[in-house]
Structures are given as structure tokens and as C-alpha cells.
Design a protein around this ligand. Structure first.
Ligand SMILES: Cc1cc2nc3c(=O)[nH]c(=O)nc-3n(C[C@H](O)[C@H](O)[C@H](O)COP(=O)(O)O)c2cc1C
Length: 146
């Protein structure tokens, strides 16, 4: 799902809440988010991919989501499709509960339409994930998109 060795070539600065963007405008930080913004606004779907960290998205993904702030209204207007791919060590029936709630709330706020979620329980290491049924489910999710 995500390479353990992948390091962002351009780091993404956390949003500081200065709101110089006015919630729709240029961000004061010029970094890897510029490419993500451009790619998102040229796309009709966004896929959130994350390991489960303390029952929610990783800090890395949350940093990116916080930086949606300067193009928040543009995302809302686009009415994009979305999907969620996540993996966790545990496999209790409540393992993904708070992540699912967060994702649903984000979808509601950003006017996203869910195309599917793959929640990989019992995927504590890359080898465990590879041996599970979840990579296939993620593949099928993508393949089924029109
Ligand atoms: C900081 C941290 C927090 C974690 N929190 C959880 C958790 O709340 N629940 C869980 O089941 N697994 C948790 N894990 C395990 C990871 O979700 C799991 O190992 C993940 O599948 C690893 O994905 P990766 O191989 O892509 O790094 C945590 C791991 C780390 C490093």
C-alpha cells in the first residue's frame, strides 16, 4: 500500500492557521503541497491512504488534509469522488471505528462521494499486508471505477 522507505521529496509544512489564504487563495508556504493542490484540482477523485495511527489517519496525511484550507471551497465545488485505503495491526471490530467516522465527516464537509473503503485489519507489517486479501480488494476497487 505504501512503501516504508518513501520519504517525501518536498516536505509539507503544517498549516499554522494564519489564514492569509482567506480559505481560498495562495498559501504562504511554497512546498510539496503546490503539486498536490494542482493534481487534486485537475482530478475528479481523491484517495486517502494511511496506516492507522492511534485510531485515526497518520500525522503525515493529516498535515496534507489541513493544507486543503487554501482551496477548501474549490474542493467543495468540485464534488469529487473519494476512497479510503487504510491498514492497521489490530483486527477488533472497533479498530477502524473512529477512522471511518472521521472519513465520513470529511466527505460530508468536502462534498465527496464515497466510491469505497478498504480497511486492512491485521496488516501490521508490509509482509502481513501483502499476504492478506486487502491488496486485491484495493485493486478491485480501482478496477471497478468508471
Ligand atoms: C505510531 C503508530 C501508531 C499506531 N497505532 C495503531 C492503532 O491505533 N491501531 C492499530 O491497530 N495499529 C496501530 N499501529 C500499527 C500500524 O497501523 C500498522 O503497523 C500499519 O499497518 C503499518 O503500516 P505500514 O506497513 O504501511 O507502515 C500503529 C503504528 C504506529 C507506528
Amino acid at each position: 500500500m505504501r512503501s516504508r522507505t518513501s520519504t517525501p521529496r518536498t516536505p509539507i509544512h503544517p498549516c499554522t492557521g494564519c489564514v492569509r489564504c482567506g480559505y481560498e487563495g495562495p498559501c504562504v508556504f511554497k512546498d510539496g503541497m503546490d503539486a498536490i493542490r494542482e493534481a487534486m484540482l485537475a482530478s475528479d477523485m481523491v484517495v486517502f491512504v494511511t496506516p492507522l495511527y492511534y485510531y485515526t489517519v497518520s500525522a503525515q496525511l493529516k498535515t496534507v488534509i489541513d493544507r486543503f484550507c487554501p482551496f477548501n471551497s474549490s474542493i467543495q465545488r468540485k464534488r469529487m469522488r473519494s476512497a479510503l485505503l487504510a491498514e492497521a495491526w489490530d483486527s477488533d471490530d472497533w479498530t477502524f471505528e473512529s477512522l471511518e467516522t472521521y472519513y465520513r465527516t470529511l466527505m460530508r464537509y468536502l462534498n465527496l462521494t464515497d466510491m469505497g473503503t478498504v480497511l486492512g485489519a491485521g496488516c501490521g507489517t508490509p509482509a502481513m499486508a501483502r499476504a492478506s486479501r486487502y491488496p486485491r480488494l484495493a485493486y478491485e476497487l480501482g478496477r471497478g471505477l468508471r
